[in-house]
Ligand binder design. Sequence first.
Ligand code: PLP
Length: 393
Amino acid sequence: MTLASFLDAGALAGAHALARYRSEFPIFRDAIYLNTCSLGALGERTRRRSAEFFDLWQTRGASAWYDVWWDALAELRTRYARVVGASPAEIALAPSVSVALSAVGEAIDYRRRPKVVVTALDFPTVAYQWLAKRPRGVELVVVESPDGISVPPEAIAAAVDDRTALVATSHVYFTSGAIQDIKSVAEVARRCGALTLVDAYQSVGQVPVDVKAAGVDFLTAGGLKWLLGGPGIVLLYVRAELAPQLAPAIVGWFGHRNQFAFDPRVLELHDDARRFELGTPSLAAVYAQLGGLDYIDEIGIPAIRRVTAALTEDLIARARDLGLRPKVASRAEDRSAIVMLPAPDPAAGVRHLAAAKIIADARPGHVRLSPFFYNVQDDHVSALERLGTPPGH
Ligand SMILES: Cc1ncc(COP(=O)(O)O)c(C=O)c1O
């Protein structure tokens, strides 16, 4: 997407086109929600699909498994695949990013290539996965960020070599909102014979993602934030050619190709990404995610990106007008809808906002605001005004 196409001057004209969805998110009736990067707001369609699951459970019990619920899992794999440009067979379902990372981490052979490269800005659950394997000889290399906003591609290139098994890093950094060029990361890794895993939890839903164009081997993202599906459900993309070559050392019966043979003597995993699935998925979470995707699919991520990019620029400009210095990427096209506002006591700032029913969150040194398509410019005005009001008022 070019800069001109997403910084469309008309994207916020009047109440922007996507503001019509706001009435479907009841939290806005008495609050201002600016925290999608922690948890997407609950929409009516999501609630309705969740209720559908509970109705089925109540009326049909386990008999819903083999027709409707089994189909719901397949529907979710297919829709997740579409959102990231993969095929359904390249998608495994998992309950959290940490579990998805564990499945990948336990499928890699570290004997010849003991090194895993991450960056200092990645969500730490990524690094923890490989720190935990240090006693087994895995070497974790953390590439530093000079500015706390992004990591120079040259620094990543310098860290990757022929002893590297995997480069595991973010698409959008949770702590600065900067978008990393994952295609160039994948190229660097490939040149050295290493694999690439992308934690796209902060990007899929708000920024277009195409796993094929990026050339990554694994990618994970999920419902919690920008896909509006709540906690407990994530996707793991595994490149089709790669999946059958990998034998995860943590497994479960959902990964078994003959799941209902119930034979404890034979472990034959699916040939596709499902070999990375473990146990029974949380169906409540699956249904909530299908409801969240009803919004994302109907609007389309390019349209979401146009509006959220314009909102992001609006928030940054207003903050700068007030003398604040948001910690964001220097080029607009490298920014996503996460805006870090420096604050001496971020937790107090978040409490001060909450007292005025403005929901944001804190990260070290910053109040973090994250507008999405259901926000409007007035939300920014209210939040910034409140932040400028002394506590106690
Ligand atoms: C980029 C990123 N990755 C991973 C996580 C955590 O993932 P999980 O709790 O599903 O393991 C978060 C935050 O919730 C995040 O922002």
